[in-house]
Design a protein around this ligand. Structure first.
Ligand code: PLP
Length: 228
């Protein structure tokens, strides 16, 4: 078995055990493989080991890899910060966007989504930890943003995403993820998605209802940003 296949098996065990611990169905937690900075060959290996959903943060890097992998039936998720002048290729080349945090970006994605494609699945990124530097809308702006996004014809609002402040304290991890769940439920919009949990905190996220965990390092190893 390749290292990536072994890592996928290990992450699968972590997801299964976390789901079991909170009486959740294992199949209700999707594994989104975060392949940023990793070569197309690593994605090919992960696909061979059974993964289908891949998340990328950097647009040009993602497009380059997509071109090398057109022969594979992959589902691409954009999870990085979005510049409003770069929305067109995102609308054209992804099935999901997890990182929408303002209406202008949502409006452009809807307007630029090609008519022959299914609506673009959208998660609104929320800043639940309140650090000034983090992207994501503030919780106070969420309801208005969500309402507006539901009106856009070529988007399908699926739920919320967050990247909480990193901490090893499991109680704090859970509190941040619980906050996202409560915000989602309070919207009363029939949203089925909570995109939350990364390599170091996926158990806490699953305990609080994650439907996608976004896992990079635990699948592909440490990232070398010098190669981006
Ligand atoms: C890089 C990244 C991840 C993966 O993080 P790991 O700690 O490597 O699992 C998940 N989500 C987002 C938005 C990221 O940018």
């Amino acid at each position: 078995m390749s290292t990536i296949a072994e890592n996928i098996a290990k992450v699968g065990v972590r997801i299964r055990e976390a789901a079991q611990a909170s009486q959740r169905d294992f199949s209700s937690v999707g594994l989104l493989a975060v392949s940023k900075t990793k070569p197309a060959e690593a994605i090919r290996e992960a696909h061979a080991a059974g993964l289908r959903d891949f998340g990328e943060n950097y647009l040009q890097e993602a497009l380059d890899k997509q071109a090398l992998l057109v022969d594979l039936p992959l589902t691409w998720h954009f999870i990085g910060p979005i510049q409003s002048n770069k929305t067109r290729p995102i609308a054209e080349h992804f099935a999901w966007v997890h990182s929408v945090d303002r209406l202008k970006v949502a409006e452009r994605l809807s307007a630029q989504r090609p008519a022959e494609l299914a609506p673009l699945n959208i998660c609104l990124q929320v800043n639940v930890s309140g650090e000034a530097s983090k992207s994501g809308c503030v919780p106070e702006e969420l309801a208005a943003l969500a309402q507006a996004v539901t009106q856009l014809p070529n988007l399908r609002l699926r739920g919320l995403m967050t990247i909480p402040a990193p901490t090893d304290d499991v109680a704090r991890q859970r509190a941040a993820f619980a906050r996202l769940r409560v915000l989602r439920d309070a919207l009363n919009l029939d949203l089925d998605t909570l995109s939350m949990g990364m390599s170091h905190d996926l158990e806490a996220a699953i305990a609080e209802g994650a439907s996608w965990v976004r896992i990079g390092t635990a699948l592909f190893g440490e990232r070398d940003y010098g190669k981006v």
